[in-house]
Design a protein around this ligand. Structure first.
Ligand SMILES: NC(=O)c1ccc[n+]([C@@H]2O[C@H](COP(=O)([O-])OP(=O)(O)OC[C@H]3O[C@@H](n4cnc5c(N)ncnc54)[C@H](OP(=O)(O)O)[C@@H]3O)[C@@H](O)[C@H]2O)c1
Length: 342
């Protein structure tokens, strides 16, 4: 294997691994050999790795995907960082991914090598350049440096939000209810719905997140303070909404079916969701399945840099505090994204 322009690489790196399925205490910071890029792959020095609910479901073995992990396993699905080197057959220049350039991306559906590590090898097609944030996104005009923090949590939530909105095939003027409007995926879903021409968007969330939900373009329904079912019934004159996008599922899915207008659609995020109660009633129901492509990652970077989609990072934790990150996510009330700093 040739590694063009490879800088001096350390023989070992730090990575968060599990040796057995279990609670947050099974997470360990291990020293492991530095990976090498296979043909078609790029070696990335990871700056930030986004945490996602899937991480704790893999860690405790409750995700159906957990059976695909080989223990000990490095967890994590997404990252931002800088290009270190390329494996055979990768033309970094043609891809616009020079050594040292900022990138972000995520693991493909069957790639379980994790991202919570100082250096990872990842297919070139699952990475894209991270762009400087423009003024509407909180950057400065003409900025040339890239803030890698939000890019650490962009790929998985961004791809999921796009897939959810596409599956809901929102027509201009449609009314939409989003459950969990201030969570990692919810914060991207809401502005995408507004951009798709939704007539009115409501989003549930705790009272403390109402302002954020309103900023994103939805009418907040503080579910700890009001009965969201009543709010939707009253606001739609009993007709219900055309679309529900449910990022929560557990207490929200079944009652939401009664709030759908004729020809209404429901998109549910958790992959463990049982859609049968919807399909038995003839209601169109979907769970998004995502896989990264360079084209979509490029679009996400452009949307983040231009401010078309936001990415609020509510906590940046050192790798050594990964267990705390998992605990926060398991609590089910994350605002925006939590990222690990490598
Ligand atoms: N299918 C896929 O490919 C895919 C991809 C990504 C994620 N997912 C799944 O989608 C789900 C959401 O992911 P995420 O990253 O957005 O999670 P997250 O960042 O942890 O957000 C969770 C959200 O749920 C809200 N929530 C909690 N209890 C609620 C309730 N009773 N009613 C309404 N909202 C409630 C929280 O709002 P408050 O804090 O205001 O309560 C928060 O906004 C997870 O189950 C994840 O595994 C699936």
């Amino acid at each position: 294997m040739t590694i063009p322009a490879a800088p001096e690489l350390p023989g070992t790196i730090r990575a968060a691994r599990i040796h057995a399925f279990g609670g947050p205490e099974v997470l360990r910071i291990d020293t492991v050999p530095t990976p090498l890029p296979a043909p078609g792959e790029i070696l990335v020095r990871v700056a930030y790795a986004g945490l996602n609910p899937l991480d704790h479901k893999l860690r405790d073995g409750s995700s159906a995907k957990a059976s695909q992990l080989e223990l000990p396993a490095i967890l994590g699905r997404e990252l931002s960082g800088t290009v270190l080197a390329a494996g055979e057959g990768v033309d970094l220049g043609a891809l616009g991914l020079a050594v040292g350039s900022p990138v972000f991306g995520m693991r493909g559906a069957d790639d379980w090598r994790g991202t919570d590590a100082e250096i990872v090898a990842i297919p070139a097609a699952h990475l894209a350049p991270a762009l400087p944030l423009g003024p509407r996104a909180g950057g400065t005009p003409g900025a040339t440096t890239v803030d890698l923090v939000p890019y650490g949590g962009l790929a998985l939530a961004g791809l999921t939000a796009r897939a959810a909105v596409e599956l809901a095939h929102v027509a201009p003027g449609d009314t939409v209810l989003v459950h969990g409007g201030s969570g990692g995926v919810g914060q991207i879903i809401v502005p995408l719905l507004v951009a798709a021409g939704a007539g009115r968007v409501w989003a549930t969330g705790r009272s403390e997140n109402a302002l954020r939900i309103a900023e994103l373009g939805a009418t907040p329904i503080p579910y700890d303070d009001a009965d969201w079912r009543e709010v939707i019934r009253e606001s739609t004159d009993g007709k219900g909404v055309d679309v529900v996008i449910d990022t929560h599922y557990f207490s929200t899915f079944l009652p939401s079916l009664d709030l759908l207008a004729p020809d209404g659609r429901i998109v549910v995020l958790p992959t463990l969701a049982d859609l049968t109660p919807a399909t038995e009633r003839g209601i169109e129901a979907h769970i998004p399945a995502i896989s990264p492509t360079r084209e979509v990652l490029d679009e996400l970077a452009r949307d983040l840099a231009s401010g078309r989609i936001p990415l609020e990072v509510s906590a940046v934790l050192p790798l050594t505090e990964i267990a705390r990150g998992h605990e926060l996510l398991e609590d089910g009330h994350t605002r925006g994204k939590i990222v690990l700093a490598l």
